[in-house]
Design a protein around this ligand. Sequence first.
Ligand code: KIV
Length: 277
Amino acid sequence: MKIITIMYSSKDIPKITTHVLQEMKLKGEKIAMLTAYDYSMAQILDEAGIDVILVGDSASNVMAGHKTTLPITLNEMIYHASSVARAVKRSLVVVDMPFGTYQGNSKEALSSAIRIMKESGANAIKMEGGEEIVESVDRILSAGIPILGHLGLTPQSINKFGTYVVRATDDKEAEKLRRDAKILEQAGCFGIVLEKIPAHLAAEVTQSVRIPIIGIGAGNQVDGQVLVLHDMLGINQKFSPRFLRRYHNLHDEIKTAVFSYISDVKTADFPNEREQY
Ligand code: KIV
């Protein structure tokens, strides 16, 4: 069998698919992923050339102001996901399955996944967990819905962990993570997010599986990176984990713009003659 290697950069690809991400891993081209929850931001990210947009259940924190990701509902995730999908031409759109829609019952998991795909127009879903959710993973995959796994710090299990500290630092948890990554790969997931685990363990898992590994707080020996948009833009300033690189200080920039607007209105400087009819 002749294997043809196609040389490309992801920027030249008209639409990113799960297959393209696989090719990027093989080529050693890093995958860039960010979250978005609304039409306008998704449009900017897509135009900028982001490979994957994650409609994360972090919307529960950054959009709705909840303390955890647990309260966000399936209907709310579908609302965010459909807003993002309408804006996107090129990026792969992945949607988090919210807490409580897939953990206990694989039939319910499938109907939740089908609702997300049908009603939002997204390309794939993401689910937290390994061995314990594999029945749901199998059922959803057999319906032709691509799945991105999520291991390490899984925020939907915060009440079990009790804290957001680095995961898999002891041998037992590291071994379970290695095993879960293999289980998800064998089940047919197209990739796995590894959150907040030691860099050496993430590097080892990345070498041991053929599917792309996307890290967040997992070092740079992985196939790609993901950050929460509001954190990396500096909109949300209360969250400062070591793994977060801030690319902007939008919190202060927006505040300065709003101060100027208030002052212009109060002093009757706005609108001026050119800004009226
Ligand atoms: O919900 C989210 O934003 C996520 C990322 C942190 C990976 O799951």
